[in-house]
Design a protein. Structure first.
Length: 296
């Protein structure tokens, strides 16, 4: 239904926020929305955008801009040395700065996809026991009716596990429901395995107890995502925001205009049909397809 609405909504310039990570970054900068910087943008085998002359002496995260579910991503660890520094991806590959850029350009050319290089972020101290070392993010879904302000609809914390470098629910990560009023987590689940899925009360790698965990800066997370949705001119009724909660506060990683319905409903048994989502989508569909005489 969201795909149908997107195809039949009036075209706006900011539609590309959902398909271009570089345009989303620029939009965030213009609107004072905290987000992660794109250090490099690579397309067709060459660097097309560069934030700084040299890559930083820090861990890096690489991902294609037109794939979903964490596919094609890689994390590179910064390794200082007597002759500068290298980046290692965990497979035994170590590259200096020049070799690293050449490798990303070559990957872009071979895969036929644009890639971006970002600094690898670190979660707020409260959340670090709930990851395998990779970044855990909050999926916060907001909904907006016509001529109304946005409101939060649901939230889940995605926890990376095992050897995964991303926290994607479809790739084995743990998804944990978050109470919208308090920011408190309940027991988690995994999508893969038996159905219905059993509850997970501790992080599989660290053993940290999940129920009762409170997300830092929760009111800021809600305010940030609702403000961002209100600033979008495109008639997008629902947005799934990927939010990283860092030591200094929340930042938006990216927006999703076709957010995963499984991630919205499965962790807390939250039925979208019993939420404002159903009413707003129904009204939007009727408005889009009503004939001139008022009949559907």
């Amino acid at each position: 239904m969201l795909q149908v609405l997107c195809r039949h909504s009036p075209r706006t310039a900011d539609e590309r926020l959902f398909v271009s990570k570089e345009e989303f970054r620029r939009w965030c900068l213009a609107n004072e929305i905290p987000t992660v910087e794109n250090l490099l943008e690579v397309s067709c085998g060459r660097v097309v955008s560069r934030l700084t002359e040299q890559l930083p002496a820090a861990d890096l995260f690489v991902k294609p801009t037109n794939l979903r579910q964490g596919k094609g991503t890689s994390r590179w660890q910064y390794l200082p040395s007597a002759h500068g520094h290298h980046y290692a991806d965990g497979s035994g590959r170590e590259l200096n700065t020049s070799e690293f850029e050449d490798f990303i350009c070559q990957t872009s050319l071979e895969q036929g996809r644009p890639y971006i290089v970002q600094p690898a972020l670190m979660n707020h101290e409260t959340l670090r026991d709930y990851t395998n070392g990779a970044l855990a993010t909050v999926r916060l879904m907001t909904v907006r009716a016509s001529d109304q302000s946005s409101q939060p609809l649901m939230a889940a914390l995605r926890m990376p596990t095992g050897q995964a470098i991303a926290d994607n629910f479809d790739l084995g990560g743990v998804a944990v429901p978050i109470d919208l009023k308090t920011g408190t987590c309940g027991p988690g689940i995994r999508k893969k395995g038996q159905l219905p899925p059993g509850t997970i009360n501790t992080h599989p790698d660290t053993g940290a107890v999940i129920p009762g965990l409170r997300i830092p800066y929760w009111s800021e997370c809600l305010a940030l995502t609702c403000r961002a949705h209100d600033l979008i001119h495109a008639q997008v009724p629902v947005v799934g925001w990927d939010v990283a909660v860092l030591e200094h506060g929340p930042v938006i990683i990216e927006p999703n205009h076709l957010p995963c319905h499984n991630l919205a409903q499965m962790p807390g048994g939250f039925p979208l049909g019993d939420s404002p989502f159903a009413e707003i989508i129904t009204l939007r569909l009727r408005k889009a397809f009503l004939t001139r005489n008022g009949s559907a």
